[in-house]
Design a binder for this molecule. Structure first.
Ligand code: HEM
Length: 589
């Protein structure tokens, strides 16, 4: 029998042959009826809010694959990135995650549709196809300048939020306002005015942020606790009902305005709001489905994006030399779509490695699989514990230190399945590219305007609600960096090139380029030493145009970005994501 097994699975697994049975997988001894459920109960050694610490402890005791029996349901925890890769290989055409049953139940009853997030199977696939447009790089970039304006306004407005000691308390609350405003541009094609002093705007937007926080907390409760809501309408279930209705109501109201704009001028609408156009003009979706999808995109974008911005600034505040290097980089090279400081991008990767917002990646596998040499039957829930894996010394040297440079060294390449903050495969987060754009824009604008200082020396850890959130409020001290308003360039600095035009020496070019992007006015003074004064101005304009030191990979890929990611937005099948994983744009964007 064993030899049959071995033959059957040998060709499925790259690195293992099956020589061990499912029963042999190690794990804590289950008790009759309740299995291992006590482990994470008030009577057990671990807390649900510190679930990952519990998982890390279990890994030390039992190794890289662990079987848990939670009230008659068997699940596997896996800690080997090769197994995580295999898990995705076995996820099937319609990858399944454990569903948010309470949310699914309510949406079905109230709206007769479920949406992308809580569903599985063919219906998930039908809805998911409609949000793939979010991953199109060109489309994401088309929102760049509007989202950058949001980031600039947000950063400027922080000044008025500081107390008399220059301290900004509980930054996360402001970061939520930013992420709300930034995703509002995409979802509703309008500014929600989160930073305005108008009391009505303030009230409405605060209510949205609060509803979203309450919603996620209640969703987490119904997900992690026994399904009491099936017996009676628990407090958490009622919160899901009320916050969902509130969010849908918001969508209906704002989409009505958008629909009006679409009727008035469809061409302009397509140009300015391609994502909304794509959704509103979709004949395969009912109006309620459209409203629900927009609500999902809107809600998906608020919490995790705000948390990551906060954690990235938290790390930069604790690492002033890295903050200074980013500032210098941003001063030299103006960010524009596809041209982002490599160090800033590496900081985002490092923040997500140390402080991911998702507790892991899970799949109910679609066919029999082999994980760490054990046979795992189809239908088993497998949980890839990436937040623990990404902090293991065997994958990253000095793993608890914030070190973005590790991603810029050619010599250190981590296994691609160690850190998966946006998940992977056909169910990967569709908002990933927007999230990255919004985070990078926001952090860049804050760093350009302020020196961000850490106020407390306390270590913050991530605490599990629905997502992982900081364990306590994070305060920053912000010191305004005074920008240079005018730069005087005397004409005697200019040399003459072969054609007789004025040019600056290399060293001066480098120095002046730093100011070109900072809204610094350049004043050219002194005697006219060349044919015409306008040639000095033309030269400065030329410097501005060629100013950016382009990234060679981006230069190579320019114009082909979406082509390189074709598998990502046109084909949902899992194995095509292998191609995406090898795409340099994924790692440089
Ligand atoms: C830093 C910010 C974000 C993080 C870390 C994040 C992370 C994740 C993760 C881990 C998943 C599950 C993926 C999987 O199972 O493989 C997910 C799913 C999802 N995310 Fe995000 N996300 C972020 C921002 C966003 C944004 C901005 C949007 C909307 C624009 C969004 C919309 C969604 C949706 C709709 C799903 C469900 C996809 C499905 O089940 O098919 N997320 N996200």
């Amino acid at each position: 029998m064993r030899s049959l097994f071995t033959r059957k699975f040998l060709n499925l697994s790259r690195s293992y042959s099956v020589n061990k049975t499912f029963q042999e997988i190690p794990g804590p001894k289950p008790l009759p009826l309740i299995g291992n459920a006590l482990l994470f109960s008030p009577l057990g050694p671990y807390k649900v809010s510190r679930l990952l610490d519990g998982f890390a402890d279990l890994q030390k005791q039992y190794g890289d694959i662990i079987k848990l029996n939670m009230g008659n349901k068997i699940s596997l925890l896996i800690f080997n990135p090769d197994d995580i890769r295999s898990m995705f290989q076995y996820e099937g055409k319609y990858p399944q995650r454990p569903t948010f049953e309470a949310l699914k139940d309510y949406r079905k009853k109230k709206y007769q549709c479920v949406g992308v997030v809580p569903d599985n199977g063919e219906e998930w696939h039908r809805m998911r196809q409609n949000v793939q447009i979010l991953l199109k790089l060109k489309t994401v970039h088309s929102y760049w300048s509007r989202q950058q304006a949001v980031a600039q306004e947000f950063s400027a407005g922080l000044l008025s939020k500081m107390n008399s000691d220059g301290i900004l308390e509980d930054f996360l609350q402001y970061a939520f306002q930013y992420s709300l405003e930034a995703i509002g541009v995409v979802c509703y094609g309008k500014r929600l005015n989160c930073f305005s002093n108008n009391s009505e705007d303030y009230r409405v937007n605060k209510a949205i942020v609060q509803a979203n926080v309450k919603f996620l907390k209640a969703l987490g409760e119904t997900f992690h606790q026994p399904p009491w809501w099936k017996l009676w309408r628990t407090k958490a279930y009622k919160i899901i009902e009320s916050t969902q209705d509130f969010m849908m109501g918001t969508a209906v109201k704002y989409l009505q305005e958008a629909r009006q704009k679409l009727i008035e001028n469809p061409d302009r609408f397509l140009e300015e709001d391609p994502i909304l156009y794509h959704l509103l003009e979709n004949r395969n979706l009912s109006e309620t489905e459209k409203n629900l999808l927009v609500t999902e995109i809107f809600q998906g974008g608020i919490d995790a994006t705000g948390t990551v911005i906060t954690m990235m600034l938290y790390e930069l505040a604790r690492n002033p030399s890295i903050q200074t290097s980013i500032y210098e980089d941003l001063m030299k090279n103006k960010m524009r779509p596809g041209h982002i400081s490599p160090l800033l991008r590496a900081c985002l990767k490092e923040t997500l490695r140390l402080h991911p917002t998702a507790g892991g990646t899970s799949r109910i596998i679609d066919s029999d699989a082999v994980l760490s040499g054990y046979h795992v039957p189809k239908g088993t829930l497998v949980i890839g514990v990436n937040p623990v894996i990404s902090k293991m010394g065997r994958h990253f040297s000095d793993p608890l230190t914030f070190d973005p440079w590790r991603f810029l060294k050619k010599t250190e390449t981590a296994h691609p399945y160690t850190s998966l903050p946006f998940g992977h495969g056909a169910r990967m987060c569709p908002g990933r590219r927007f999230a990255e754009q919004e985070i990078l824009l926001c952090v860049a604008e804050v760093i350009l305007k302020y020196e961000v200082l850490s106020v407390s020396s306390k270590d913050i850890f991530m605490f599990l609600e629905m997502n992982l959130v900081p364990s306590e409020p994070i305060d920053f001290k912000l010191i305004l960096i005074c920008p240079i308003k005018f730069l005087v360039v005397p004409t005697h600095l200019f040399m003459t090139n072969k054609k007789g035009f004025p040019v600056l020496p290399k060293s001066h070019q480098v120095a002046i380029r730093q100011f070109l992007f900072q809204e610094t006015q350049i004043l050219i003074i002194g005697a006219q030493r060349h044919q015409h004064y306008k040639h000095y101005q033309q030269y400065m304009e030329h410097m501005w145009q060629v100013g950016y030191e382009s990234d060679p990979v981006m230069q190579f890929a320019q114009g082909y970005e979406d082509f390189l990611q074709f598998p990502l937005h046109n084909n949902l099948e899992a194995q095509t994501y292998e191609v995406f994983e090898k795409d340099p744009v994924k790692y440089t964007e």
